[in-house]
Write a protein that binds this ligand. Sequence first.
Ligand code: NAP
Ligand code: GLV
Length: 316
Amino acid sequence: MKILFWLPQSDASAWLQGLSRALPAAELRAWQPGDTAPADYAVVWHPPRELFAARPGLKAVFNLGAGVDAILALEREHPGTLPQDALLVRLEDSGMAPQMAEYVQHAVLRYLRRFDDYTQQQTRGEWHVLAPHPRETFTVGVLGLGVLGAQVAHAVAALGVPVRGFSRSAKHLDGIETFSGELHGAQFDAFLDDVKLLVNLLPATPDTENVLNARTFGKLARGAYVVNVARGTHLNEQDLLDALTNGTLAAATLDVFRTEPLPHDHPFWQEPRITITPHSSALTLRDEAISQIADKIEALARGETVSGVVHAARGY
Ligand code: NAP
Ligand code: GLV
């Protein structure tokens, strides 16, 4: 079997070595512009459109991350980019969930115990003991209860705060109050009502774009916190800045942005109530990703079905 590999801005050799150890019979090659030789599988992150040109034999495309928005955006802009019969398969956890859980737990504790305010006080040389937020009303809402969202919800619940979750289809998660439906319906409003910290773990789809907007912020508890660890397109940036200015929100932690890296002149850099990390809340781990993908390639080669197949029409 022939496998193409594409991971921009990284040394492909360690990946190719790992893949060839996991799939010793496979012929692996890093894709180069102009390469239209046959391939059975592609293992990619943010691939250029040309990688898919003239590939009728491609059986599956493995995305080196959980979010497939970049590949589906290519398909939306240039219909027919993805070979019609090729499956699109995303990473399922593969070591990302524990990282995401730690990141969100850290943000929850930081705001709950007011370490963000103590950091600001320190810059002014001030010594005041601040009352922590009452734990029992520090309700955390997790938007998206998929592979990552469900594990994040449980990790946050372990901190002793009330946790709610929202998904498209109904879910039952022990210890989590769950809501489901459309992002504009009554169930969504009930989910948001009085939430003190909103975590976004939705996929980026046409339905979820700008879901973090003034209306959503206005439904939360006054002075709430927002943690966006999904995609920059989920956030209406001006609405966030306005909500921080008018007190609707107290602070935000952002790991993802519409433009990455975040441009040097972006106003978020100057806003002390926004904490910025460089899309690092949950990194793709090489060994875990290789092992998951190799197992799925072997399963597909045996004619079996695999999990993690993206529904293109749904967008995730
Ligand atoms: P997933 O398993 O596909 O889960 C997606 C969840 O969102 C599901 O619960 C789904 O509902 C829900 N959902 C989707 N569209 C919805 C809508 N219109 N209304 C309500 N709920 C909706 O995805 P995942 O593996 O947890 O990953 C989530 C996202 O995290 C990825 O797409 C990616 O963008 C982001 N991510 C970021 C990083 C980072 O480093 N910052 C790392 C990894 C992933 P159903 O359960 O009903 O289908
Ligand atoms: C990272 O952002 C991912 O989608 O895995």
